[in-house]
Design a protein around this ligand. Structure first.
Ligand SMILES: Nc1ncnc2c1ncn2[C@@H]1O[C@H](COP(=O)(O)OP(=O)(O)O)[C@@H](O)[C@H]1O
Ligand SMILES: [Mg+2]
Length: 247
């Protein structure tokens, strides 16, 4: 379980989060929505202990992570499979080494086991015959799939974290990535948190929606509440839904 208890955070004098509280179970399907620059990625970084709050508490499975050392954070981070914004692969490594990275560097598994797992993970995300390709040779959709395969290599995932999973993809590939996100969660029976500024993506995949503006959570609720909301900033944000999906 993830708990944010009155979390405040600033980069220098840029105050980003001003008292954010929510709790989430690992099996939920949550969208964290908001305009660019509202602090969505910052929330992901806080969950992983990459940055620590100025005030307030973050608990992961009951453990306050602010005071943990880098070593103590490893088991916390391993609860999550993380796909960062743009999928960010290592440019100088071929696909198979990108996916192998965690198993080689952290788990220190033998090669034979690594490469078996690499093909297994790549086929799970629907990528075939690409093991030897370099990231620059991949299409946008393939790139994102490989990034998901790399995230899956962590192993003991309790929840997927996706930062803008469809950013930069054309509509067809966006739909494919959305299907993959849903299929993986269904198969593994684990939840996900998706950071997105695209309300359509959130709507298709999630059943809980958290909306951030000016450092605060303006809205936290389900589908019905979302479409019926009277909060004007949220209403504005979800406008495009009314053209895209049948409610
Ligand atoms: N490392 C950093 N140093 C200074 N400011 C940052 C840093 N990272 C993000 N910011 C600023 O903090 C705000 C929130 O960033 P972010 O969480 O990335 O927003 P979002 O993901 O919602 O677009 C933005 O105004 C951004 O410019
Ligand atoms: Mg972001």
């Amino acid at each position: 379980m993830i708990v944010f208890d009155n979390v405040w955070f600033s980069y220098g004098n840029r105050e980003v989060l001003k008292g954010v509280s929510f709790s989430a179970n690992f099996d939920e399907r949550i969208a964290v929505m908001g305009e660019s620059g509202e602090g969505k990625t910052t929330i992901l970084k806080l969950i992983l202990g990459l940055i620590t709050p100025d005030r307030g508490k973050i608990l992961i499975d009951g453990k306050d992570i602010s005071s943990l050392s880098e070593d103590e954070l490893i088991p916390i981070r391993r609860k999550f499979s993380i796909v960062f914004q743009e999928g960010a692969l290592f440019d100088s490594l071929p696909v198979k080494e990108n996916v192998a990275f965690f198993m080689r560097e952290i788990l220190k598994l033998p090669n034979e086991q690594i490469y078996k797992k690499v093909s297994e993970l790549l086929s799970r995300v629907g990528v075939t015959d690409a093991e030897e390709l370099m990231p620059e040779e991949l299409s946008g959709g393939m790139h994102r799939r490989v990034a998901i395969a790399r995230a899956l290599a962590v192993g003991k995932t309790k929840m997927f974290l996706y930062d803008e999973p469809t950013a930069g993809l054309d509509p067809v590939n966006s739909e494919r990535i959305m299907t993959l996100i849903k299929d993986l969660a269904d198969k593994e029976n684990i939840g996900f948190m998706i950071i997105t500024h695209v309300v359509y993506v959130a709507w298709q995949l999630c059943n809980r929606f958290i909306f951030i503006k000016d450092g605060k959570i303006l809205f936290d609720g389900g589908k019905q509440e979302l479409i019926l909301t009277e909060i004007s900033a949220v209403k504005d944000f979800i406008k495009e839904l009314f053209f895209k999906v049948e409610l």
